[in-house]
Design a protein around this ligand. Structure first.
Ligand code: FAD
Ligand code: DLZ
Ligand code: SF4
Length: 507
């Protein structure tokens, strides 16, 4: 009897497990639905990217001889739910069961699990490590640290390995990285993709239906098919990877991308595979085209961090996103949704997010994430923001990065210490502070950088917990040595800043 084969908007690979299970007469189901487009207020670019890529992928499947039942958002029959579309198509085609590839979100896994028709959810084997492999690795470990998992993955895949040893003798070359960048740094701009007729039609639809969501839909220059994604990969390997390592933590006000790959949207949607990206980077090193610290640093992000984050998400279960170990309760301020701010770093990171649905790792971690953590924002709201605003955001990868790495809301499962800093770090790694209404060198008083005030406020609020952490505890000696009046001033000014922020004043 006929089976339905479900392909979700972030499963656009011909090598998906469910597609491999398709037999003659089976029907591929793809659906643009309101439920998926609005469980958070996704950036319009993200919705357009997914819908355009889905439409093109459906066409590619048809060309390969598959029968595809595709629901467009404006189809009058659309039930606007993945489950609803599956049931409707099952009736239409007389199908008695469904084959899916496991979705990247517990919410959808549950929906599929409880549909009133048999659904098989096959493992998503686009990743280097299966759930079972990660569980085995994690079992009986006191601490789950990415670095140890990453070494296992290097050994398993042979990427950047010379026999049993890591290429060059070290597993990690980060001491050669972490350089600040100068504004005149030369960088070849990445390829841009003019919307074709299919993308243009989607842009009009999204403009009409989701024009009120935060974020600029146009200009839209992302690739929306595999050919374009491959072009972006080739360009990155040829023109940016070599400088990726040294400048991966740098931030520039006029350069939102620097030497980052901007491949995560394609990778997470299935247009590229993690293996082909890592092999391309390792190949460029083997051919002498890129330095080892860049190839290793880049491969670690995908083979290490990306796989580790996925492992944590599935190990922790559906309640992970509601963790709030630090008890943070403040509302996310309007500046995250494009409201005015005097802080140049936040203005730059949020501004480029609004324009591009993209910010690179250090902007996400040390600007928007750092500020939310220091200011004690409710991690559930922070999570929702990150899930909404980035083109690459799906819960399996976004939640461990936000709840775990950035907001320390899981109490240190992902990160061994909270990623917080005063203005000093931002000043060292960027050119933001020179363009700011605040002064990074001022610790208190008129114009003092808010990060300087909030840093100590945060450290003091959580002293009981953080003093037990050997990676953080010595910071308190600096505080204790500080003059008593100065300490009171810092805390009073931090409280006043937070009061102004909560009152909706421009900060
Ligand atoms: P590059 O800097 O070029 O890195 C190469 C690749 O490595 C990326 O494409 C990505 O696939 C992978 N990578 C790097 N860091 C991580 C990481 N920490 N976790 C997982 N993969 C990583 N990444 C997402 O894909 N989706 C998200 O929703 C997401 N949310 C984040 C939220 C916060 C608070 C933080 C701190 C990080 C988040 N990241 C997320 C990780 C990282 O910021 C992005 O993967 C990266 O910025 C994507 O841009 P790029 O492709 O230019 O990356
Ligand atoms: C993110 C997203 C959006 C905006 N829209 C759709 C959609 O209409 N149809 C679909 O199949 N998938 C969509 N997606 C991706 C899903 O939300 C994604 O598969 C889950 O979040 C699991 O990662
Ligand atoms: Fe950000 Fe402070 Fe620098 Fe302004 S001075 S850009 S608020 S770190």
């Amino acid at each position: 009897m006929t089976k339905l084969i479900l392909v979700l908007g972030d499963q656009l690979s011909k090598d998906m497990a469910a597609l491999r299970a398709a037999e003659d007469g089976d029907v591929i189901v793809m659906a643009e639905v309101q439920d998926e487009a609005s469980y958070v207020a996704h950036h319009p670019k993200k919705i357009a990217f997914i819908f355009a890529a889905m439409r093109k992928f459906a066409d590619a499947l048809r060309e390969d001889g598959f029968k595809v039942a595709y629901t467009r958002l404006d189809d009058p029959e659309n039930s606007h739910k993945i489950g609803g579309e599956l049931l409707r198509r099952a009736e239409e085609f007389g199908a008695d069961r469904i084959i899916a590839t496991e979705p990247g979100e517990w919410r959808l896994i549950n929906i599929l699990t409880y549909l009133p028709i048999p659904v098989t959810q096959l493992p998503d084997d686009r990743f280097f490590a299966s759930h079972a492999e990660f569980e085995d690795w994690a079992e009986d470990r006191k601490e789950l640290r990415m670095e140890w998992f990453y070494r296992e993955m290097r050994r398993k895949t042979g990427l950047l390995m010379e026999g049993d040893d890591p290429a060059g003798g070290e597993w990690n070359y980060d001491q050669q990285n972490r350089k600040p960048a100068k504004p005149d740094l030369f960088r070849k701009t990445p390829p841009e993709f003019e919307p074709d007729a299919i993308t243009e039609e989607v842009l009009t639809l999204v403009e009409d239906r989701f024009g009120d969501h935060f974020g600029d839909l146009r200009p839209f220059r992302y690739a929306t098919d595999r050919a374009g994604a491959l072009k972006a990969l080739d360009h990155f390997i040829a023109h940016a990877l070599d400088e990726f390592g040294p400048y991966q933590d740098a931030m520039l006000i006029d350069d939102p991308l620097l030497f980052h790959s901007v491949l995560s949207p394609y990778l997470n949607a299935g247009l590229l595979s993690p293996r082909e990206i890592c092999e391309a980077a390792a190949g460029a090193y083997a051919d002498g085209k890129v330095r080892l610290n860049s190839a290793e640093g880049f491969i670690r992000q995908i083979l290490g961090w990306r796989e580790f984050m996925r492992g944590i998400y599935f190990l922790q279960g559906p309640d992970y996103t509601s963790q709030n170990r630090l008890g943070h309760r403040r509302d996310l301020p309007a500046l995250y949704w494009g409201g005015e701010t005097r802080m140049a770093c936040l203005s730059a990171a949020v501004g480029q997010t609004q324009k591009l649905a993209y910010a690179h790792h250090i902007q996400r971690l040390m600007v928007t994430g750092n500020f939310a953590l220091l200011a004690g924002i409710d991690p559930a709201q922070v999570h929702e923001w990150y899930l909404a605003v980035y083109l690459d955001a799906y819960e399996w990868v976004e939640a461990p990065n936000v709840i775990g790495m950035s907001q320390f809301a899981d109490g240190g499962l992902v990160g061994s210490k909270p990623y917080v800093s005063s203005g000093n770090y931002i000043n060292k790694m960027s050119d933001y502070c020179g363009n700011c209404a605040y002064s990074v060198s001022r610790k208190t008083g008129e114009g003092a950088c808010p990060f300087n005030l909030l840093y100590w406020d945060f450290m003091l609020r959580h002293r009981d917990l953080l003093e037990q952490n050997s990676r953080v505890s010595r910071i308190y000696a600096n505080w204790d040595r500080m003059d008593k009046d100065r300490r009171s001033t810092v805390l009073a000014e931090a409280a006043a800043f937070l009061d102004r922020m909560e009152a909706g004043e421009i900060v």
